[in-house]
Design a protein around this ligand. Structure first.
Ligand SMILES: [Zn+2]
Length: 241
């Protein structure tokens, strides 16, 4: 095989690797994005539960404070009642005491309810922490995997881009421009061999006259009349024919 065919084939191979890496590399940021979103969602749920627990604790403290003030007031009223002499005053005080006792009992019920809500919220947070930790571990794993992979890809890309540049500088200008035109507009495999009379791009037979010419002059590049790819005579053709 002559040098210019070898060069274009090597260029084509380098470009195939570059294309492959560029499309494959896109998979990793997408995957990272996915696990990041999954973690963010769990973090949001956990933060919301923490905020709710803090609110419950504040409400609980408020209720307890109110209850203790009311209990003090009740004690005072009970003491005061002993000193009262007039019947209507005693009756009024009795009513007040009864009403305070009822509202204090309501407060106690509310405090118990808050207690229950708080322990539910705490239990949820405790259980959910495991899920959150797992999501964080997955995120960290994927992050480091992506970093490693991107580093590898960067290395290969740099190498292949250097090869590509060098080959492009060395290739015959007009062949390179035909190759570039076909590769950019139609096919990634712009240069293919002819094996057993068939173009290996479209697998159609080339006309016998063209095949004869190519066989006689294997350094010549032609265009497949069917698919327009650049074609070259495969060196093993003479042996296998
Ligand atoms: Zn063809």
């Amino acid at each position: 095989m002559i040098d210019q065919i070898k060069q274009i084939l090597a260029l084509q191979e380098a470009e195939a690797v570059i294309d492959h890496i560029r499309s494959d590399a896109q998979v990793y940021p997408d995957r990272l994005d996915e696990v990041q979103k999954a973690y963010d969602e769990k973090k949001r749920i956990s933060d919301e539960a923490k905020t709710r627990l803090a609110a419950l604790e504040a409400e609980h403290a408020d209720l307890k404070h109110t209850l203790s003030l009311e209990e003090q007031r009740l004690e005072k009223s009970k003491k005061k009642m002993k000193d009262l002499t007039k019947v209507y005053e005693v009756q009024a005080m009795k009513k007040e005491i009864e009403s305070t006792e009822r509202s204090n009992s309501d407060l106690e019920t509310k405090i118990l309810e808050k207690d229950e809500d708080m322990s539910k919220a705490k239990k949820f947070l405790e259980q959910f922490q495991t899920e959150l930790d797992q999501a964080k571990a997955v995120l960290d794993d994927v992050k480091s995997e992506v970093e490693t992979k991107m580093g590898e890809y960067d290395g290969i890309l740099e190498e292949k881009l250097t090869i590509k540049k060098k080959l492009e500088a060395e290739c015959d200008r007009s062949i390179l421009s035909s190759y570039r035109m076909i590769r950019d507009r139609k096919y990634q495999d712009a240069l293919v061999p002819v094996i057993e009379g068939a173009c290996q791009g479209c697998f159609m037979n080339i006309p016998p006259q063209m095949a004869n010419l190519m066989m006689q002059n294997p350094t010549q590049l032609e265009k497949c009349p069917n698919c327009q790819r650049l074609i070259f005579w495969h060196e093993d053709e003479a042996e296998s024919a």
